[in-house]
Design a protein around this ligand. Structure first.
Ligand code: MG
Length: 292
């Protein structure tokens, strides 16, 4: 079971209550039991989704998401509950993996028609305002491992804090954000399928600490070719954030959009993977990918 930060064990409370009840008069015991039951119910709710109204963040004028009661970037959508991440584990590339970044250079990436232009030093690449980068190779179904860190010195709030993103096929974003004690709209949290599906929980580490994503991505399938091709199966993502499963084979509604409902447009079975320059100096290291 996933433990929430600062949550109290219901079993622990129940045990304490039972011990106190021994030796009480019957009527007092009944009243005390009801009071304790109320405490237990409230304590139990703490580990559930936070009923946070994100009134200062997000939107109330965006379109409804398909088959959902929430709007795109809905300010009222509950935030994923914060949980403690698993300890950091170094995961070197397995045999058969394509190393996209080993800390030395961005030769596997491009900025326009040049090699990736982000700053590389001390074994990491850092977003530097030169724009998003994308792989020279193309990928469809894959397992991606990527390590990232948002700036240790916090600047701004909400979507301004350490924003970047992994764009599969240049279209389908798994959000990167400093989501440690940083409320924003739920579908814009770290590990969200941006603008579509929040993560099940918020497994973020503190700003400046290295975090991991292991993502199994399944490319969408289209029947036919060209603009008349029809979607057969959507794109899917399974996302493990800092050792915690936060998406279990969840479908993308479509290619990532801001303030709009995502839609699909036919494309190739393999396309470059992109990392977003959203203006924040987010760092990356140990990036590898396995074709599935
Ligand atoms: Mg982003």
């Amino acid at each position: 079971m996933i433990a929430g930060r600062g949550s109290t064990s219901t079993n622990e409370l129940f045990g304490r209550t039972t011990a106190i009840l021994v030796g009480m008069p019957a009527r007092t015991s009944a009243i005390f039991s009801l009071a304790c039951l109320a405490v237990i119910l409230v304590a139990g709710c703490r580990s559930g989704p936070q009923a946070v109204k994100n009134a200062d963040y997000g939107y109330s004028d965006t379109p409804l998401l398909p088959h959902e009661r929430w709007r795109v970037h809905d300010s009222a959508r509950p935030l994923p509950p914060a949980v403690d991440p698993r300890p950091f584990i170094d995961v070197p590339p397995p045999s058969g993996a394509i190393v996209l970044f080993d800390g030395r250079d961005l030769a596997q990436w491009k900025s326009g028609d040049k090699d990736g232009q982000w700053r590389v030093e001390s074994g990491y690449a850092e977003v530097n305002g030169t724009g998003s980068i994308e792989t020279k190779a193309s990928f469809g179904d894959c397992h991606l491992h990527i390590e990232w860190a948002t700036p240790e010195i916090v600047v701004g709030h909400g979507q301004e804090r350490g924003n970047s993103g992994v764009f599969f096929m240049g279209r389908y974003e798994v959000q990167i954000l400093d989501s440690f004690e940083n409320p924003t709209y739920a579908d814009g949290s770290a590990a969200a399928l941006y603008g579509q599906v929040p993560p099940a929980v918020n497994a973020s580490r503190k700003p400046g600490e290295w975090q991991t994503y292991d993502i199994v991505f399944r490319a969408p399938r289209f029947d036919g070719e060209g603009p008349d091709a029809v979607l057969v199966t959507p794109a899917y993502a399974t996302v493990v954030h800092n050792g915690i499963l936060v998406h279990d084979h969840i479908a993308f509604i479509g290619a990532t959009r801001h303030r709009e409902v995502a839609t699909y447009a036919p494309h190739a079975i393999e396309l470059p993977l992109a990392l977003q320059d959203h203006g924040a100096p987010v760092r990356f290291r140990n990036i590898w990918i396995v074709r599935l």
